[in-house]
Design a protein around this ligand. Sequence first.
Ligand SMILES: [Zn+2]
Length: 641
Amino acid sequence: MKFGVQYYPEHWPRDRWAVDAKMMQRAGVNVVRMGEFAWSAYEPKEGALDFTWMEEAIALLSSHGIRTILCTCSRTPPPWLYQKHPGIVNCALNGNTQPTDERYRVGLAHGEFIAEAQRIDGAVIRHFAGNKHIVGWQVDNEIGASNDCFCPRCREKFQEHLRQKYSTPGALNEAWGSHFWSYNIEDFSEVPTPHKRAQPLVEYRRFMSGLNVEFSRWRADLIRELDPGKLVTTNYQNIHAQHTDCHALGRTVDVNGMNHYPARTPELAIDYYRGARGEVWCLEQHTRLQHHDTPAGRMRLWAWMAIAHGATGIVYFRWRQCRWGQEQFGDGLLPHSGEENRFYGDLSRIGAEIKHLGDMLAPTRPRAKAAIVFSYESRWSFEASGFDRGLGPVTEAVDFHKALSRRLTAIDAMDPRENLSAYRLVIAPRLWMVDQRIADNLRSFVGQGGTLCLTTASGVVDEYSKSFDTPRPGRLQDLAGVTVSDLAFDKALRLPLASDVIPDLDGEEGSLLADEVHPTGATVIATHAAGWRKGSPAITMHTVGKGRVVYVGVRLSPEAVQTLTNWLCETTGFPKPFELPNGVSACERACDDYTLLFFINYRDDPQNVQVGEGWIDAFTGESVAVAEVPANDLRILRSGK
Ligand SMILES: [Zn+2]
């Protein structure tokens, strides 16, 4: 288990480095992440490269048993580079260049930036390759954040991207429905910068995301060539950021990495960024939520939450609050003064716990039998089509993830094109865009006996963001055994439900989005209970071979999502869940020899969970039949052996 902090030696006087290294060592830190914003410290003026300070910091930390994950740094260039190449700055949609006293304000299609970025990153990689104190590399930081560009040069590159993809203007016109509002083109150079039209907007997002992915690929490939054997990672910004398809980005690195800020992002995020790979490094792990009152011990629980969900690396952000800049009053472990505080106490406690359990944790991973799937392309298309992002797949995925978390101790989340053969239940919230590969993958999953749950507004558009000319859910129509004739999107919708099959759904409610559902092979398991829809299908189930597809034709309240999820889990044959008090979570990691159960109590009072026979406390080895979890604390149990 990698355990450590983000450290910026360039922020602090050298005589402080040894103090920090000793404090880190005492707290059990075994790794630091450094260097992602270090360009101006490496090269204060053009050509004057100086890596000695970083070499010294790496060596000093290593002498205290602390290894380094070194980052490349080029997306935050020094002011002299902006002065030398004013054209590297990216542009907003209105054509204005972005202010350069912010970070990441560069266009990744701007040739002079790419050349300079490859020069500095190449120099860093070449210089530090082979350094035995470096255990891994991180490609830059939050790749894609703030890199969107709408300048004329990027429009030309976009047009070239379209030429490569569509070959002829006619093919583009056909895919994009260019007769609408007189958009037909005769030459790719006529394509304007996308603004409102969904089809070009989705393609522009693919183009920009592709630049971000290639930015990572170039560096990861060079690191593997020059420093073989070192793991390469990068940190996905957060689940609400849509700038980059993180599944495509993930294919460029060896280990998924992420920012983990539980106070700002849902628990789903860590399962989504870990995905089916089984592990993730939390490269920015939350310490405290400035300026909110962060309860004592909470940063310890957040770290264990990440580990319980499969994290194999915890790197807190940051070692010490910085004294300057946009993050002067941002999150951090030590205060500005650098003195020990209660957060340092938490760090030391977690460090000791990880040291104690490290060997036991190492071979284990979450082993999920249920997955939630949604794609970036679907999110881009849903939003480009004029729908509120808040109604998109992530919001509904969060509801289903919370509900599943009350029933299951491991859940995976991933792109719908990933291999689904390990799962018995797959929930695909708001699967707006369905290409042939997704349709085939889901058909194969159901054909092997899986239970698939689709929700309202699924199968609406194809990969070009073009509506199907067959009834919804388009390519999934035969699989779902329903057709959908209309989609209502209305804030005034209040749709009570009735069900004989799932009696607990009686009285539950849907709202905001509703399909008009017509079974073509499916049976109705819940109907609308009032208004002009009274008696019409709300939820259906279609048996397909040994599998089945549940179609939810209305946006359910979180309570109704829980009721439906309970039914899905029971009828899929999942074991009876632990009876979890509200505010207590349960997660599981396992290997072939044993299972680890993590119960985390976020409440201010102690809670008990009945676990039955066969469990021992992972720390003490005592038998446990009832897990007593103190207030704001956790228990880790191990299956006996
Ligand atoms: Zn540009």
